[in-house]
Design a protein around this ligand. Sequence first.
Ligand code: ATP
Ligand code: MG
Length: 567
Amino acid sequence: MKASKMLISTLKEAPNEAKIDSHILLLRAGMIKNEVAGVYNYLPFGLRVLNKIENIIRKHMDNAGCIEILCSALQPKELWEESGRWMKYGPELMRFKDRHDREFCLGPTHEEVFTSMARDLIKSSKNLPMNLYQIQTKYRDELRPRFGLMRGREFIMKDAYSFDKDEQGLEVSYKNMYDTYSKIFTELGLHYQAVLADTGNIGGNGSHQFMALSDVGESEIVYCDNCNYAADVEKATIFVDIHDDEQLKELQLVQTINQKTIEEVSNYLKIDPKKTAKTLIYHDYANNKIVACVLRGDRELNEIKLVNALNSNENYLELATDEEISQIGTYHGFCGPIGISVEVYVDEEVTLMKNIVVGANKKDYHYINANYGRDFTGIVCDLKKARENDLCPICKKPLKQERGIEVGQIFKLQTKYSEPMKCVYVNEKGQNIPMVMGCYGIGVTRTLQSIVEQYHDEYGIKWPLNVAPYHAVIVPINYNDEAQQKLALKIYQYLLDNKIEVILDDRNAKPGFKFKDWELIGIPYMIICGKRSNEEIVEFKNRQTLLKDEINYKDACEKIISAVKNI
Ligand code: ATP
Ligand code: MG
């Protein structure tokens, strides 16, 4: 392709909205263009990368025995009523009515559609197991669309759904997808970690997320170097190591005027925050109740664990307001588990602590020497967020913590959809048995941006060769110079003949301007035709290493051809 005929839309400065490097670079390199918040158009270079990523995903899915289809984004309300999600899904679901007042949504995911597809089309148990997938556009009215393609309101997902006869079958299908995802993210060059994940309202212990490791990731993971335990902090459990042998002391009410936070109270009473417990009051709208949660003072509450303990829903759980707190007879900043009028959920760690400080449910008062079992009880569960240096639940060694971008997630759905939607097969005894399902998603556009996040420098993007929009670019210093133009055209033809995706920069512009464009866009190899063109010597530059070589044009071409062959 000749640069003069291409749509190159590089920008000197990124628009203000872009906050993280990968978003800034995708905009500046002219890969994507913003329409409204969370909605992007893919420009020629971006689209080429997207197609390559999709094809790598497709290759591995096909190799794993999955079957590709393509479903509509438009989904009728009735399907979502069958699964019970029309009410439950919340404001992220983009709903609308057609001219006949019939209700629809734009699919944020396709469990209902694929379940109905399998129910209608898989006629015989001989066709099981089956795994159907698509690469398709999804819509989610995200509360805070941000970071470009990382969290869009429209994005591309590869979603797959497996249908098995039984649990053992699902185990095999799930493992197959776990392995396939590992191959996909490895081939895409991502530094990633597979972690145990929470299953949300789906339940069970069957989900993994694939996290591209990055400081800008919205997810936190903990992992153990010693035994390979790795989990999203939403899911992570820890080994609790408390052996407090203190004799129980007498419970005492102490005045703590205006000392509300754990920091204030522990400073004021000169007590280690680890000897205090905080009590958080939540309003669970799903179950229509107010609850108190007690955990060690220096801990953070993991809301997902609370959602699970309450059998509630993330979208329906909120910290109680000061007014709601007063209505249950206590005071913000002085809440505690002793004598409180609502259900109490106690983190297991608190049950092992002795003589601790807790709020007294009385303005400007705390109790000291409170003890679980003697002074208060409650429903014991795990509510705390794991963090660095907590102990691994498997081998008890200190855990490490990192941030990650969730690029994929796999779930064992079991019969959550097949049962209500009557997606069944007939067994040997003639009985209708619900198919056992799994679902498997990859955020394709989020993956694209994650690659940029991991592969860039101050000059621009450094695409790995297998997903780069083009393999190579030829830049004559001055295209009007006869020797340079002649050599450039010769190289261009030679590379095209060898199936290299190559650009010839025939633009009438300063060399520095041209170099900057290609470095920003991130083309892996650059061949510069300059002063020594009549000797057929070129400058050969590698975008990853930034190393430059003066070599014969043929050698430069051969290096590119052989690198592309080895992709
Ligand atoms: P998140 O927790 O980041 O909102 P999710 O767990 O809701 O994501 P899934 O339902 O598991 O997402 O969707 C499968 C994949 O689709 C995710 O792993 C992620 O890579 C991608 N994805 C989800 N939401 C978005 C979004 N708003 N924009 C871009 N990609 C997304
Ligand atoms: Mg997910």
